[in-house]
Ligand binder design. Structure first.
Ligand SMILES: [Zn+2]
Length: 186
């Protein structure tokens, strides 16, 4: 290779690699509408506009997950949206820009189950290479509301801690074991 350090090595000019989550929402440039391709910068490949040269720096998405415990049971929702439609998972959702994470956590539980909660504390933060979402998991307890499924849920109910359904998402088992250690019944 005879490239100097300052050379831009184009790795693009080819179909967007669909398996790479960085390109999912970035097929076209937000500034000029040109095709977004990959470029080495110089060693990290980043999405990059083939027309105007704009480099797309992508932030992770932040989501809150809430483990609401009552009488040795955890509140779960049966998803009515993809991904994992039909599977049971903990109430969760994306944090809006400008919104406190704790407020998003409480809001998502209310939206998905109509249950009002107060947070007991952070269970942990979960992220990993190749994942676009960072999860903030909280422990919570019920303060009010009447349990009913929200618009994005087929069903919502409490599951006994000794009879939880298989959990669908990559960090679920870590979140659950961290929660058990910190907040679970002793
Ligand atoms: Zn552009």
């Amino acid at each position: 290779m005879s490239e100097s350090e300052n050379d831009i090595r184009l790795t693009g000019d080819k179909p967007i690699p669909k398996q790479d989550s960085r390109y999912d929402d970035n097929a076209y440039c937000g500034r000029c509408g040109g095709d977004v391709i990959g470029r080495s910068d110089p060693d990290v490949e980043r999405p990059y506009c083939s027309k105007c040269g704009h480099v797309v720096y992508l932030d992770p998405k932040l989501a809150a997950v809430v483990l609401v415990c009552q009488d040795n049971a955890l509140l779960m929702v049966q998803r009515d949206i993809e991904p994992m439609m039909g599977r049971w998972s903990f109430p969760s959702g994306y944090v809006d820009r400008g919104e406190a994470i704790e407020d998003a956590a409480v809001r998502e539980v209310k939206e998905e189950t109509n249950v009002e909660v107060e947070l007991l504390g952070l269970v942990g933060l979960y992220s990993g290479g190749g994942h676009s979402v960072v999860l903030a998991a909280y422990a919570a307890q019920v303060t009010g509301g009447e349990l009913t499924a929200g618009p994005e849920t087929q069903d919502a109910r409490f599951w006994g801690l000794d009879a939880l359904p298989p959990l669908p998402f990559p960090y679920d088992d870590s979140i659950l074991s961290d929660w058990r250690r910190q907040y679970g019944p002793s």
